[in-house]
Design a protein around this ligand. Sequence first.
Ligand code: AMP
Length: 130
Amino acid sequence: MTIFSKIIAGEIPSYKVAEDDLFYAFLDINPVAKGHTLVVPKQEVDYIFDQSDAMLSAHTVFAKRVASAIKKAIPCNRVGVAVMGLEVPHAHIHLIPLNSEGDMDFRKEHLKLSPEEMQEIAASIAANFE
Ligand code: AMP
C-alpha cells in the first residue's frame, strides 16, 4: 500500500482539497508554493501513463477542476502542472500556483507552512471547487 493509498483510506492525515469516487486531491506536505496540490487516482497505479485512456482522461479532467479552484483561491498567473513520481510510486499530478518560472523549481528550499496555514489554504481551495 502506498503512502497515498493510506491517505485516501484515512489512515494518514492530509489536507484534503477535493474528492470524488475516483480521485483525491490534497496539499503537498512539502510545498514549493502556497497551494501546491497533488491529484491522485484512488486506485493504486504507479505511473500516470500506466492508467487506461479513460482513467487518464478522467484524472486530467479532475485535475483541471482542482486547478480552477486553486486559481480562484490563490492569486497567481498560472497553475503549473507537473508529473514526476520519483518519490512515491502512486500516480500524482502536481498543481502549483505560479508567478514566475522559478516557482516550479523543486530543488529550491521548500516552504515551511504551519498546520493552521495549510488548513486554511486547503479550505479556501475546497470552497472554490466545483
Ligand atoms: P514525486 O513522487 O517525485 O512526484 O514526489 C512526491 C511528492 O509527494 C513530494 O512533493 C512530497 O512532498 C509529497 N508527499 C510525500 N508524502 C506526502 C504526504 N504524506 N502528504 C502530502 N504530500 C506528500
